[in-house]
Design a protein around this ligand. Structure first.
Ligand SMILES: *Cc1c(COP(=O)(O)O)cnc(C)c1O
Length: 427
């Protein structure tokens, strides 16, 4: 598999290199040179396969012969060791629940597959430092995916006070090869610090720097697989009328969905759903690309005003000659998010702010005869404080959270200064 840098098309790398490097020069994202497509009959046959077998086939279509089919299947089996069920919410809407992994969010899929790929690609004597910024869930997924791996040091930055207390407990209590830093600033500041570190060639070489957020191509490709898993669970008549609504922050999940469509998965329409950080909806409405300051919302994992993956979305539309106007969109404010969560509870479905935003867009935009799927990106208990107060009811705590809730936080605190981060990384 060859990939090119979106900022410099002459910079071309293999899949392994792209996984190790994360970003290209000038912080450019890597994008596949070839866009494979399955025949319709292939797709039908694949939808009959089990999750791991089908996912290995999808990933091998992208990755090619860099990893043997057998090795890939073994790695996929290790990474995707939990289900992604489609759960009915109303007659024409269902939720694709992506939160049955160890950190209760969809980021377990990408995080765990990336960890598997890095472990496979890197030599045993190679020292790697994973540096990543998180608005919550990526950090937990990455920390757990790499926890205890030899030769891998993981450093995770997050905006202090801007992620939920339980979310913080989930990944800032591990210790060992996992170091966490609470930054006095918002998520975009954390992301900027990470980019600065990647721009620092000397630092990058010295500590074997690697990113593990949604910009890493391996994470994105992993996420393509659960869109197929969703369709595989639907009856034929719904497959042909499918609208998928994606709660979006950095737009990795939506990019993966669009890549699934580009492989040939039948999806009639995608909806890009955001919270008040609505840079993309405003842009798609025919406006300018004009990021505002990031605002804090109930759906904090989507509090991103400069979505990293957007250049990939644009590149895919350009390469496929799809029309950007076919991408549906919408933004949902906190008040509407709350009332939507209550509406879902009345339908008998307990949800959380991120998924509720995606549901809301379906409920508003779905047309007669269509079937809507929204991504359940996190378990409601991950946002237990806000879910309980909005729904005025108690939630049981799943064991993944219960067993960490009383452990002490091990995070360092830091001002958003690159010099400080650099010194920390070199120590
Ligand atoms: C990360 C995250 C999102 C946003 O996903 P992107 O790929 O960044 O758009 C949505 N919901 C939850 C719960 C998340 O953790």
């Amino acid at each position: 598999m060859k990939l090119y840098n979106l900022k410099d098309h002459n910079e071309q790398v293999s899949f392994s290199q792209a996984v190790k490097q994360g970003l290209g020069s000038q912080q450019g994202l890597f994008f596949p040179l070839e866009l494979p497509e399955f025949e319709l009959t292939d797709i039908d046959a694949m939808l009959e396969m089990d999750f791991v077998t089908r996912s290995s086939k999808i990933l091998s279509a992208w990755i090619g012969d860099e990893i043997s089919a057998h090795q890939l299947q073994e790695r996929v089996k290790n990474a995707f060791a939990f289900p992604a069920p489609v759960v009915k919410v109303s007659d024409d809407i269902a939720c694709l629940e992506l939160f049955h992994g160890p950190t209760l969010a969809f980021k377990d899929f990408g995080g765990r597959f990336m960890a598997q790929m890095l472990a496979y690609i890197s030599g045993a004597d190679e020292q790697i430092t994973i540096l990543t910024a998180t608005s919550g869930d990526t950090g937990a997924a990455v920390a757990h995916a790499f926890y205890g791996m030899d030769n891998v040091r993981v450093v995770i930055l997050y905006p202090q006070g801007k992620i939920s207390p339980l979310q913080e407990k989930l990944f800032c209590t591990l210790g060992g090869n996992i170091e966490t830093i609470a930054i006095d600033g918002d998520f975009d500041r954390c992301q900027t610090l990470v980019k600065q570190a990647f721009d620092d060639q000397e630092l990058r070489q010295t500590i074997g720097l690697n990113s593990a957020n949604s910009i890493n191509i391996s994470r994105l490709l992993a996420q393509v697989c659960y869109y197929f898993e969703a369709v595989a669970q639907l009856p034929q008549e719904q497959r042909n009328q499918l609208v998928i609504s994606v709660p979006s922050g950095n737009f990795g999940d939506l990019t993966a969905g669009l890549l699934a469509k580009s492989l040939g998965l039948p999806v009639k329409r995608f909806i890009a759903a955001t919270n008040a950080n609505d840079t993309v909806p405003r842009f798609l409405k025919g406006g300018e690309w004009q990021p505002n300051l990031t605002v804090s919302t109930l759906s904090n994992a989507m509090d991103v005003s400069q979505p990293n993956n957007w250049p990939r979305v644009e590149e895919l539309f350009r390469r496929k000659t799809w029309r950007m106007t076919d991408l549906a969109y919408g933004a949902v404010d906190d008040e509407t998010t709350k009332s939507t969560m209550r509406e879902l509870a009345e339908l008998g479905y307990i949800s959380e702010p991120h998924a509720a935003i995606a549901y809301r867009m379906l409920r508003d935009q779905l047309q007669e005869g269509e079937f809507g799927l929204f991504l359940g990106t996190a378990h409601p208990a991950k946002f237990i404080e806000s879910v309980e107060s909005i729904l005025e009811q108690k939630l049981p705590l799943p064991k993944e959270l219960a067993e960490r809730a009383d452990l002490p936080l091990l995070s360092h605190k830091m001002a958003p200064e690159f010099a400080e981060l650099r010194a920390f990384l070199l120590k």
